[in-house]
Design a protein around this ligand. Structure first.
Ligand SMILES: Cc1ncc(COP(=O)(O)O)c(C=O)c1O
Length: 443
């Protein structure tokens, strides 16, 4: 059979054919305006025509080690050559090694893992584990959160992406966060914990299986909890026999300058959900980690959960190589060090640009909230909406070759953890110029 060499597509061809035959997520299809991507290396990616972008969002806050790392690529290639797939009832070497490795880096006695295809499925299985273990039904979750788009995880999700899927899985009760938006600001840890305990009492503690929360909230605002909040949540959960589920799909694997964000507060959750940075998205893989007591419960009781691609050898091999890169290149230390540089750059923007209403970060996990009135802190776009100014800022970033998420009145600063100080400064110089656009909207 003759083999045909396919001509490489242009960016426009890629876009046209992609739009014709594939569906883009979270979008009305006529509104999507994708960037065609041909290749990527380190903190950069390129279009087929050679336009370079700084990846200041690590794609979807997931390519933590940076693009094109040969060590991970080789590990995937080697695993594919030896054993691309084995079903989940088999034992394989990458699965065995990855479970043991994660047990060493996860907090406390979290040392058993169930592997999934991604973050939403990690949360789905965490709910199953919590319900089976406690024999209780309800799940508490927070409004300012995203937990994934599968049926159950969508109902855990607090942000407006949930609305279109309602009514869904019953039994989820949403609670308020310590943060109430830029105009109202933060509750103290004590105030927020008092509200939480009141809801637990009103719902009936013995009906609640788990409280699921992002250790540092991601897309809903890089919300870093006040000191004492996580310890207080842990204490309340323990007091009432409720499992604490930390969703670290976005915040895990060095993003905040620790292996896991919860490590900042020295708290051990009962279940820990992860994905994204686990393989730095080189191939899909998620996991839910559980404390020993929960794992032991399933020695004699059936765990009713399964996936064809559970513990996929390619995913496990990619994760092992990725974890080695974090260690060999000291990327978590770098996130801490570059995080300090980034904090300084963000504070400098806040000082000089009247449209910057808030700038916060932890490690290399950062976000800026823009306002049109600095005294009243009126956001530059409404809740769940956009504005001409935010659209103009997004357009400017794209023209200038800076890729990041622009959402409502906010934008993110989440580079890969291998970023250098010079690269950070290069990106912030573009942001600095972009903010001249939004400054013009300030009264
Ligand atoms: C905190 C959090 N949880 C869960 C998910 C869902 O992960 P996935 O898209 O891999 O299903 C995400 C995705 O962005 C996330 O940020």
């Amino acid at each position: 059979m003759a083999t045909e060499t396919l001509k490489k597509m242009t960016g426009d061809e890629m876009i046209a054919l992609t739009k014709q035959h594939t569906l883009f997520e979270w979008s009305a299809q006529s509104k999507v305006d994708p960037i065609p991507v041909a290749r990527a290396k380190g903190i950069y990616f390129w279009t087929p025509e050679g336009k370079r972008f700084i990846d200041f969002n690590s794609q979807l806050m997931c390519v933590n080690i940076g693009h094109g790392d040969e060590r991970v690529i080789h590990a995937i290639q080697e695993q594919a050559a030896v054993l691309a797939y084995a079903n989940p009832f088999m034992a394989t070497e990458p699965r065995a090694r990855l479970g043991a490795k994660l047990a060493r880096i996860a907090p406390g006695d979290i040392d058993v893992f169930f592997f999934t295809n991604g973050g939403a499925e990690a949360n789905e299985n965490a709910i199953k584990l919590a319900r089976l273990y406690t024999g209780r039904h309800k799940i508490l979750a927070r409004y300012r959160s995203y937990h994934g788009a599968t049926a159950g995880s969508m109902m855990l999700t607090g942000d407006p992406r949930r609305w279109a899927s309602e009514p869904g899985m019953p039994g989820v009760v949403h609670v308020l966060d310590p943060y109430h938006g830029i105009e109202r600001g933060w509750d103290s840890a004590e105030e927020s914990l008092a509200m939480l305990e009141e809801i637990i009492e009103l719902e009936g503690p013995k009906t609640i299986a788990a409280f699921v929360l992002e250790s540092v909230t991601g897309t809903n605002g890089v919300l870093i909890p006040p000191d004492g909040y996580m310890q207080g949540v842990r204490a309340l959960c323990t007091k009432h026999g409720i499992l604490m589920i930390c969703d670290e799909v976005m915040a895990g694997f060095g993003r905040t300058g620790e292996w896991f964000a919860i490590d900042h507060w020295k708290v051990v959750p009962d279940l820990l959900c992860m994905a994204k940075g686990l393989t730095s998205a080189y191939v899909p893989l998620g996991a839910v980690g559980m404390r020993r007591a929960i794992a032991d419960h399933f020695k004699d009781k059936v765990f009713y959960g399964g996936l064809t691609y559970n513990s996929h050898p390619l995913g496990c091999a990619a994760a092992l190589a990725t974890l080695q890169v974090y260690e060999d290149d000291k990327l978590i230390e770098n996130a801490r060090k570059m995080g300090t540089v980034m904090k300084g750059l963000m504070a400098d923007l806040a000082k000089r640009h009247p449209s910057v209403g808030a700038a916060r970060s932890i490690g290399l996990f950062g976000l800026i909230e823009l306002v049109r009135d600095r005294a009243k802190k009126t956001p530059l776009a409404p809740f769940n909406g956009t504005s001409d100014e935010m659209a103009a800022l997004a357009k400017f970033f794209r023209q200038e070759g800076l890729y990041t998420f622009v959402r409502w009145h906010t934008f993110f600063t989440n580079p890969p953890l291998c970023v250098t100080e010079a690269e950070l400064r290069e990106a912030f110089a573009i942001i600095d110029r972009g903010l001249e656009i939004t400054d013009r909207a300030v009264k």
